[in-house]
Design a binder for this molecule. Structure first.
Ligand SMILES: Cc1ncc(COP(=O)(O)O)c(C=O)c1O
Length: 406
């Protein structure tokens, strides 16, 4: 027995918290690659491009000019001003500087918000399929995730009647994510108006709009966010965004949000005690991203839209997969229900989406994420944030492996 680990007692609140399934999958695929296997990972949640040069230059300049110290806990005044301009320019949302916060990624911003507001037993309404961190962060803060399922038939849209039914006096937050990870569903103005009609009847509920995939939207109609669509909701909405996905800056760790001053101040208090501040260098780079040339956004959007079309077409040609056309983000979330129960060439039965993902990793050398990681069984999530050549090859391998099932 390992006496050291026997002495380490973990906090009970961690007992129901799972590690990020994506990060362990990505690590798994990397380990197999290190062993010499030619694994194509379609599990990544990040653009496969380098950060644009002008953003890198801003960071180098920050380092060389001594911008290397702690900053204000929830972001420099200069970055908050750039965020303020971004919200006004792109979302027609006007925030004062004390209504803006900056954190080490949208993920930390979301955690700060929950840590600042959720008491033991408070409920957080999420729609499934969900970004897994919402569930775990809610639990880490003593809250109870209340998961409202959505269906592929309804385009994974939250039905207002289902929202109404999930609300209780303990509801603290509704979390919305559009375009969504993992489905790519984007909520329209009409969708948000219908949800706002319910929310306006329940003034105790805060709304967290996770808009991190805002710029990866392929619809003709423009991006919409709850605080803009329903102005009376703005005073209780936290509009979360970041530079990770839009500007290929996942490793820089900068996210931000606009929201009511009281909430923003409390989130700053959390952050000041946990991380002191986001990286000064990354903050300087984020200013260059938000204020600099924006042509990177449309270039990325075009590339991702082409890849989406390619992947949807190839997957729908495979007997046993059904892949709806997502409106945004860089994921497809096909149903694999028809494959459950089929038998592998070695005689094993594919019992679940997790078994299918394992089969594809072992037999097609392709890493995908099982839908159950997002609260929806019988689906797999495929990220198309990789080159078209790799995507074509991955789809051929998946098709061959699935054709071998009977
Ligand atoms: C829905 C969603 N929200 C937030 C994040 C975290 O973004 P950041 O890199 O800004 O922490 C991700 C990253 O995968 C995401 O998919």
């Amino acid at each position: 027995m390992d006496h050291t680990s026997a002495r380490i007692r973990l906090a009970p609140r961690l007992s129901s918290v799972a590690p990020s399934p994506m990060l362990s999958l990505i690590a798994n695929a990397a380990a197999l690659r290190a062993e010499g296997r030619d694994i194509i990972s379609l599990a990544a949640g990040e653009p496969d491009f380098d950060t644009p040069d002008h953003i890198q230059d801003a960071a180098c300049l920050a380092i060389r000019s001594g911008d290397t110290h702690y900053t204000a806990a929830d972001g420099t005044r200069e970055l908050k001003k750039a965020v303020q301009r971004k919200f006004a320019r792109e979302n027609q949302l006007n925030y004062s500087l004390n209504e803006i916060t900056v954190g080490s990624g949208a993920k930390q911003v979301i955690f700060n918000a929950l840590a600042a507001t959720v008491s033991e037993g408070d409920e957080v309404i999420l729609t499934a399929p969900f970004y897994p961190s919402y569930v775990e962060m809610t639990r880490m803060n003593g809250g109870i995730p209340v998961i409202v399922p959505t269906t592929m038939a309804s385009g994974f849209r939250l039905n207002p009647a289902d929202l109404e039914a999930a609300i209780t006096p303990r509801t603290r937050w509704l979390v919305l994510n559009s375009p969504s990870n993992p489905t790519g569903t984007a909520l329209s103005e009409r969708d948000l108006e219908d949800l706002a009609e319910v929310l306006l009847k329940h003034s105790h509920i805060l709304v967290l709009a996770d808009d991190i995939y805002e710029h990866l939207l392929f619809t003709q109609t423009p991006f919409q966010t709850p605080a803009k669509v329903a102005p009376p909701l703005k005073e209780r909405t936290l509009t979360v965004n970041g530079v990770s996905k839009a500007y290929c800056m996942t490793g820089w760790r900068i996210g931000y949000a606009g929201g009511p001053a009281k909430l923003i101040e409390a989130m700053g208090t959390v952050q000041s005690q946990v991380t002191s501040c986001p990286s000064s260098i990354s903050q300087a780079a984020a200013i260059a991203a938000l204020d600099g040339p924006q042509d990177v956004l449309s270039r990325l959007r075009e590339i991702f839209q082409e890849r989406r079309n390619l992947v949807v077409e190839k997957l729908n040609a495979i007997d046993g997969l059904h892949c709806p056309v997502p409106e945004g983000a860089f994921y497809v979330f096909p149903s694999c229900e028809a494959l459950i129960g089929r038998r592998t060439p070695r005689g094993e039965i594919i019992q679940s989406d997790t078994a299918l993902a394992k089969y594809l990793l072992d037999n097609a050398d392709v890493a995908v994420v099982p839908g159950s990681a997002f609260g929806n069984e019988n689906h797999i999530r495929i990220s198309y944030a990789t080159s078209s050549e790799q995507l074509e090859l991955a789809c051929i391998r998946i098709a061959d492996a699935i054709a071998a099932l009977n």
